[in-house]
Ligand binder design. Structure first.
Ligand code: UDP
Length: 328
């Protein structure tokens, strides 16, 4: 079975490509390399191009007999999306619409979609269930919620079945040690903490210390990137065996504050990490913690690396051995 992975050279995409390869899928990767790294994909067929370019994308579908698509290609930074909603709506919505159009023309009717906890906005209570009201607090989350709605309508109208996976905070690196998190610029908490530990940064800024949480800092649910990859494969298998469209949360059901993440990272690296208190980052909700019961019971998903310290350890192995990421 051939699977097209859009954004397969990105952080979660490249880990999922490895997981698919290991399970014997034929994988075709499309990435415009605006954020992804060419060297993170070493085995699968690779096409550099933008999914908004329908001629390009149609050409890929014509060359390969694609059965299903996993769609990662998108802009994904909360803070940036608040500053540049125009970019987020155009890249994410036009990308999804173009992909769906080409899938439709080529009779491909199975899609696993990379969604996000940001679709919920500011949750009233946690851990969050999939039915929780969806009122995104930022354009990134809004763009992903619109796409979920577009997918729902494409199922009704064209029979394209999709599973949306709403990730909480992806973290960690593949245990083989040759791929990991490398964003340019880096904005994510765990890599920034580890870069500070490597003395590539003077300190880690704590964005907001006046949130309504025990220590005043934001609480997030961190999930290992390989546990996310596994979920994509389970979703793919479910669609292949005829599952209806659905959406699932993916997290570990446990929240950690920014200060707790820093304290855990200090244990992993064995030294103290300088911090600086800073104002809140626009668009950030106070607490995001998942209930992943639905995917556990319906798709038998089980996290293998659920503990925050172990997750950070895998990231630390990658950062120590690749202090400049994918750059040589
Ligand atoms: N954060 C922080 N300092 C940083 C980067 C992030 O305090 O330099 C906080 C951020 O406000 C959020 C949490 O860490 O509460 C996780 O942020 P990240 O960007 O890693 O993921 P997001 O939650 O935006 O997907």
């Amino acid at each position: 079975m051939s699977v097209l992975v859009t954004g397969g050279a990105g952080y979660i995409g490249s880990h999922t490509v490895r997981a698919l390869e290991k399970r014997g899928y034929e994988v075709i990767v499309v990435d415009n390399l605006s954020k992804g790294h060419r060297s993170s994909v070493n085995k699968s067929v690779f096409y550099e191009g933008d999914i908004r370019d329908k001629d390009f994308l149609g050409g890929v579908f014509s060359k390969h007999k694609i059965t299903a698509v996993i769609h990662f290609a998108a802009l994904s930074l909360v803070g940036e999306s608040v500053k540049r909603p125009d970019l987020y709506f155009s890249a994410n919505l036009q990308g999804a619409l173009s992909l769906l159009d080409v899938m439709n023309k080529h009779d491909v009717d199975q899609l696993v979609f990379s969604s996000t906890a940001a679709v919920y906005g500011e949750p009233s209570v946690g851990p969050l269930l999939e039915e929780h009201p969806k009122v995104p607090t930022n354009p990134y989350g809004e763009s992903k919620l619109f796409i979920e709605k577009i997918l729902h309508r494409h199922d009704q109208a064209f029979g394209i079945r999709s599973i949306s996976l709403r990730y909480f905070n992806a973290a960690g690196a593949d245990l083989a040690g040759d791929i990991g998190e490398d964003h340019r610029p880096e904005t994510h908490l765990i890599p920034l903490i580890l870069q500070t530990a490597l003395e590539q940064r003077r300190e880690i800024q704590i964005f907001g210390t006046d949130y309504p949480t025990d220590d005043g800092t934001c609480i997030r649910d961190y999930i290992h990137v390989n546990d996310l990859s596994d979920a994509h494969i389970l979703a793919l298998e479910a669609l292949a065996s005829g599952a209806s469209s659905n959406a699932y949360n993916l997290g570990n059901g446990k929240g950690f504050s920014v200060r707790e993440v820093i304290a855990t990272a200090e244990k992993v690296v064995g030294r103290s990490i300088p911090t600086q208190e800073a104002p809140r980052r626009a668009g950030d909700p106070a607490i995001l913690v998942a209930s992943s019961e639905r995917i556990q019971s319906e798709l038998n998903w089980e996290p293998k690396l659920a503990d925050l310290k172990s997750i950070i350890e895998t990231a630390w192995v990658w950062h120590k051995s690749h202090p400049h990421g994918f750059r040589k």
